[in-house]
Design a protein. Structure first.
Lengths: 337, 289
């Protein structure tokens, strides 16, 4: 495994410093497989315990607004059209036309070829979610399977970045990971990170999708999270949403623990994005609690935590309308996506 | 036998009926059901607004399948319910006697009338469209057809005084036969027959969520259903003692169809069937020769 190419220097140096020896397939394997095993029962109990908190009235109102601000509003269908992307963007900019106080979502997440339409539809609202603007995230690297040559994956990524994507959601090569080729996965993430480089020298944010539903064990999730962070990912993301099970609370808790440990070790903050299967406000609030209790409240920020979701937004809007009007709302009062 | 065994009776838990399942109230509350003479009969679930909300979600989810079935099919399902009611006749008679304190003859008569009413309504399922719909005469080469379609999710306050089974049957059957799904608040004082009716529905062929039965206080739950934006109609049959004008006002905010309170159990009628339907009129060109 060669990491001497200039492109990989930063993450490689970081990894070398942490592992304490040269980066080879063997040293990487020793490091990842030397991570302590996950106590699965304890993890699930902890997650279940975090899901029992009662969040009501004003806390709930704040939680709902926070959820909206953290959503990557997503459409990843083979049948996506420019028109559908435009309507998605319209919803992202103005989620609830009956209540202008509704915050905007963090980003819209689309396939790479739809990025130009999203950028065009956003217009002046395109930008950093911390400033109340909306980012464009694109899935790349042969999403969702990741089964393509590195050359194709890099071209896919560079294309999306050139079209104006602010964030790239890449998938790792699960086959290589499960076969134990950690070095290959590492190299690919490093290469994709480099492909995220814009002409002006800045980088698009890189979210690394682990597809935890295909990793089979919590130990693997911990290793993959660690590997993705070592290789320079800005975010670790649970799933593509195309594989069941997608995001679960225990898996997200585990990834948050990795992120927390990394922060303690290096001072660097990595983001987490659960995606797929989070459809109700009630579930999303459990995730907020888990984030605040595990990584800390400063993680409840669009730069450090996101929900990958499409139908979640409607449910949050219904709950929000209920809090505002005092009456239960219904699906006739939000858009059909 | 030397010793006589005394057998402990197994009292029944009376629960709610939501989405084809029998949950306890989300709130965990129960209330005591007493006979007319004040003797304890059973604990029933005291439904909360969240149970009502869950019931509306279940009713909405069931609407597509139920309203999409043919009238003939719905009629068969309803008739099947009548068959099962007949099989549980004795149980209903006992529950009516226990909760309403009426004579056995009166209770039997009520149960028989209720079953007959159900059969009467079942027969209408594949016929009401022909009576309430029409082919309209128009001066052009068009067919112009008006047909009644179900209104949607109907929230019902069942009759509260006496007639604990007949009252319930008289409001549920006409609403569901056209393809509506319902959330019913049963008689607060006499909910036993309602829960047993739910058991009949659960073992019949009616899909879960088509009928949802809540036990508890109409005064507490009805305002939430009246204001609920995902409820399409409100039947106030048993709401005489509530502030029902207020409920109508709240219901008007979301353009619900509303039926006013009636005294006693509403008699079987075509008006009740058509009350919760919407007339759809379509034009279609006649084929050109």
């Amino acid at each position: 495994m060669t990491l001497e190419s200039a492109q990989a220097l930063a993450p490689a140096e970081r990894a070398v410093g942490l592992i304490g020896s040269d980066l080879t397939e063997k040293s990487l394997r020793l490091h990842l497989e030397g991570l302590p095993g996950v106590d699965a029962v304890g993890l699930e109990q902890r997650a279940a315990g975090l899901g029992t908190r009662s969040i009501k009235t004003t806390s709930k109102a704040r939680a709902l607004d926070t959820i909206i601000r953290l959503i990557d509003l997503t459409t990843l269908e083979g049948a996506d059209t420019p028109g559908k992307v435009r309507s998605l963007v319209a919803k992202a900019m103005n989620p609830d036309p009956s209540d202008p106080s509704t915050p905007r979502v963090a980003a819209v997440c689309v396939y790479g070829d739809m990025v130009p339409y999203a950028v065009e539809a956003l217009g002046a609202s395109h930008g950093d979610p911390a400033k109340g603007l909306i980012s464009v995230a694109a899935v790349a690297t042969a999403f969702p399977s990741g089964r393509a040559s590195l050359h194709v994956k890099l071209a896919d990524t560079a294309d999306a970045v050139a079209n104006g994507a602010d964030e790239i959601d890449m998938v790792i090569d699960r086959g290589a990971f499960l076969a134990g080729n950690y070095g290959l996965v590492f190299d690919q993430i490093v290469a994709v990170k480099d492909a995220c480089r814009r002409e002006d020298g800045s980088y698009a944010h890189l979210k690394v999708i682990l597809e935890t539903g295909e990793l089979n064990t919590y130990d693997n999730v911990r290793r993959a999270s660690w590997l993705a962070i070592l290789a320079g990912g800005d975010f670790i993301k649970t799933s593509t949403g195309k594989v069941a099970p997608a995001a679960t609370l225990p898996v997200t808790l585990l990834m948050l623990e990795v992120v927390r440990d990394w922060h303690r070790l290096t001072g660097e903050r990595i983001g987490v994005k659960p995606a797929g299967g989070i459809r109700s406000s009630k579930d999303a609030i459990k995730y907020l609690v888990t984030v605040a209790e595990t990584a800390g409240e400063e993680w409840l920020d669009p730069h450090l935590f996101r929900f990958g979701a499409s139908s979640l937004l409607n449910d949050v809007l219904l709950q929000r309308q209920k809090l505002t009007t005092g009456r239960y709302s219904g699906p006739d009062y939000v858009t059909i996506d | 036998m030397g010793c006589e065994m005394t057998r402990l009776a197994v009292p029944k838990t009376y629960k709610l009926y939501i989405g084809g399942k029998f949950p306890r109230s989300e709130s965990g509350r129960t209330y005591e059901v007493l006979s007319k003479k004040g003797v304890f009969l059973a604990n029933a679930s005291l439904a909360s607004r969240k149970d009502a909300r869950d019931a509306v979600v279940a009713a909405r989810a069931a609407l597509g399948g139920w309203s999409g079935a043919t009238g003939y099919n719905r009629g068969q399902v309803l008739y099947r319910i009548a068959e099962l009611l007949e099989g549980r006749r004795d149980q209903f008679v006992e529950e009516v006697i226990a909760t309403e304190g009426v004579s056995k003859a009166a209770a039997t008569s009520q149960v028989d009338i209720a079953i007959d009413a159900w059969v009467w309504y079942a027969g209408w399922a594949d016929k009401y469209v022909q009576v309430a719909g029409n082919g309209n005469p128009v001066s052009g080469p068009y067919f112009n057809l008006s047909t009644p379609e179900p209104t949607g999710v109907v929230a019902i306050v069942a009759p509260q005084q006496g007639n604990s089974l007949l009252g319930l049957v008289s409001v549920i059957a006409p609403a569901i036969l056209t393809g509506n799904t319902v959330v019913v608040i049963a008689s607060e004082a006499a909910p036993l027959a309602a829960v047993s009716l739910a058991e009949v529905l659960a073992t019949s062929d009616v899909p879960g969520g088509v009928v949802n039965i809540l036990t508890g206080s109409p005064a507490e739950i009805a305002p939430w259903l009246a204001g609920h934006a995902d409820v399409n109609a409100l039947d106030l049959a048993g709401a005489q003692s509530l502030d029902w004008v207020d409920l109508q006002v709240v219901a008007a905010d979301t353009l619900k169809r509303v039926l006013a309170p009636e005294s006693g159990a509403p008699a079987p009628s075509l008006e009740r069937i058509v009350a919760f339907t919407e007339t759809k009129t379509v034009w279609h060109t006649k084929s050109l020769l």
